[in-house]
Ligand binder design. Structure first.
Ligand code: 2P0
Length: 314
């Protein structure tokens, strides 16, 4: 038998940064993400012809660490333990570990493929709990559109008019990061003098963001999500020793975004994850202006659309 599943990446607009329970993999604060259509992972599970356990990523045997992680993940499926000689053939259209949410699409796709392969047919929230064990934020990739991941672990869609929304990725550096999100997050929880402020503020950011969505106030929503991302990085920089994913290029792009907004009145809002790349939320009508500006600064961009919300992703 051969089973294939696909999952897209998601980018948090209100970020998750810190686990309250690192066994259940539940967060200190609720987060809110958009699931995007451009980057995704397609994963096929099949019996291994050589009767071994193997993970292939983009046609190459994965590293030992990646293989062990996939093995540990699949132990959540009872039938896997009885017959672990399988081949996981995974294809990514995402740059790995560059703060572009590759682990989110990878674990969401693996969870969905395993659910079909082992015919467990889990409900959405059970599958979300399984998916979180690979990468917390991966559970958000099980749904399309705007997704809220709650402190109690549940995921749900948030209704909003996202038709014209676009997220532009400014690719500054797509090499693998030196400190993983998991390590950086744990280190921040344990040592950042601003961690309590983070949990308190992120909770308010989410409430504000939901209110602005309800009122269809894109500008206020955008400012809230930018504040949230910038605060997350400030909180990391307050860790001991500090964690700083920004490069000079990141700062240049953030400056550009601010300029476009305040001087040219273009509704563009920045978000940065665990890496130097910047994601800019805007609307279709402003994409060309933004791309032209980025090009004039020698920056590479990728335009992504928000997937439709509602059902589980395919
Ligand atoms: C997020 N990030 O909300 C935040 C913002 C990166 C910055 O979740 O330890 O791979 O597996 O739960 O989910 C990336 O970290 O970490 C992340 P684990 P994960 O998207």
């Amino acid at each position: 038998m051969k089973v294939t599943a696909q999952a897209p990446i998601n980018i948090a607009l209100i970020k998750y940064w810190g686990k309250k329970d690192d066994v259940q993999m539940t967060p200190y604060n609720d987060s809110l993400s958009v699931t995007l259509d451009t980057f995704h992972t397609t994963t096929t599970l099949m019996p291994h012809p050589d009767h071994i356990f193997e993970l292939r990523i983009n046609h190459q045997t994965a590293t030992e660490a990646e293989t062990l992680k996939a093995y540990a993940f699949l132990t959540q499926f009872e039938s896997f333990l009885k017959q672990p000689a399988i081949l996981i053939d995974s294809h990514n259209t995402v740059y790995k570990a560059a703060g572009l949410a590759s682990s989110a699409s990878a674990f969401a796709a693996l969870a969905k493929a395993a659910d079909q392969y082992y015919q467990t047919n889990h409900d959405l929230q059970t599958l979300a709990a399984i998916t979180r064990q690979g990468s917390g934020s991966a559970c958000r990739s099980l749904l399309g559109g705007l997704v809220r991941w709650q402190q109690d672990g549940l995921i749900k869609n948030i209704e909003a008019n996202t038709d014209q929304w676009v997220m532009v990725f400014v690719l500054i550096d797509t090499s693998e990061k030196t400190i993983s999100s998991r390590q950086a997050m744990k280190h921040t929880v344990e040592t950042s003098s601003l961690f309590d402020t983070w949990v308190h503020s992120a909770t308010h950011h989410l409430d504000d963001a939901l209110k602005h969505l309800k009122q269809n106030n894109f500008f206020a929503f955008g400012q809230t999500i930018e504040n949230n991302a910038l605060l997350m990085h400030e909180v990391m920089r307050a860790a001991n020793p500090p964690v700083d994913y920004f490069t000079d290029q990141t700062k240049r792009v953030l400056h550009l975004v601010k300029q476009l907004r305040t001087i040219d009145d273009v509704p563009v809002f920045a978000s940065v994850d665990a890496g130097p790349n910047v994601k800019i939320l805007t609307k279709q009508a402003h994409v060309n202006t933004l791309i032209k500006k980025c090009r004039s600064m020698g920056l590479t961009t990728v335009v992504t659309n928000i997937t439709k919300q509602g059902a589980k992703t395919l």
